[in-house]
Ligand binder design. Sequence first.
Ligand code: RIB
Ligand code: CA
Length: 336
Amino acid sequence: MSDPDSGAERRRIWIDCDPGHDDALAIILAHEHLDLIGISTVFGNQSVDKTTINALSISALAGIDVPVVRGAAGPLIGKVIDGSDVHGKTGIDGAELPPPRAVPVEAPLATYLPDLLERNGWSIDLIATGPLTNIANLLTDWPNAGRFIKSISLMGGSTENGNVTPAAELNIYADPEAAKVVFESAIPLIMAGLNVTTTVGADQPDIDMLRQSGGRVAAALSGMLDFYRRRQIEIYDRHIAPFHDPCAVLAFIRPELFTYRPAHVAVETSGELTRGMTVCDFRMVHSQTVSHIRPSKPANTRVAVACASREIVDFVIATIIETDRRLGERTAGGVN
Ligand code: RIB
Ligand code: CA
């Protein structure tokens, strides 16, 4: 699909997510600026039943008409954890969303996506903004995955502290074995971790400005962001609604707003204190003559280490306002 403004061919992408306040922003960004061909849902911020309803409701709100595939209800091994502390009992508390207009595709992602891509001869880039269970199953069950998936841009992990434990971030901690599969897959990876994503988000003036823009999408999302920011203040004393997941999408839309460094990233699955940690090796120690220093493995990930926070927030808010304008035009044109 070509971009209506530039005419350039848009990057074809599929997003796997656990909506989720910031996942909602990621879905809208992907639809407005990329060629979004489908959404799959996973447990994480809430149960997969709730994240699936939320994905369908966000699609109804923003006029997004793509298949939604219900994904995994739990991790490859271990118990299900969820992000309801932050995202509330619906998984997207604070947003007045319309009811779903569609039903989810019941086929597993590891069947539906390979069939779609092989039948059409399409290659895609994947965006993952929740636990990586669906992606691990896809890569494990589809031997040709590397021929059709050009890269994976994910929100997860951290080069510093986690948010569930001092070492582990939620998306990785929820299914470390799945994350290990993805980071060992040899598919080029882009990682937006908490070290960057906690530095970017909407403050109260941003949320108020969005609400005052007057559109239906802006009204729903400003209510959502108010709730999300309030929980951040209560839990982390963080006075913004963090744009974690949009950072994974913006890697394909506005990469110049980020600084990336190559690193070998591995996932700890057995540490008592560090299970779910993304161990990022920036050392670039390639000498084989050292005896006690373990050489670095080849980089498998471009890790975000800095970002232009203000420009990111302005771009996300402008996209939401543009979504309302596009929908308004469609309604005025009688096509809704
Ligand atoms: O740790 C932040 C991540 O966990 C984000 O993807 C957020 O949506 C939650 O899923
Ligand atoms: Ca998420």
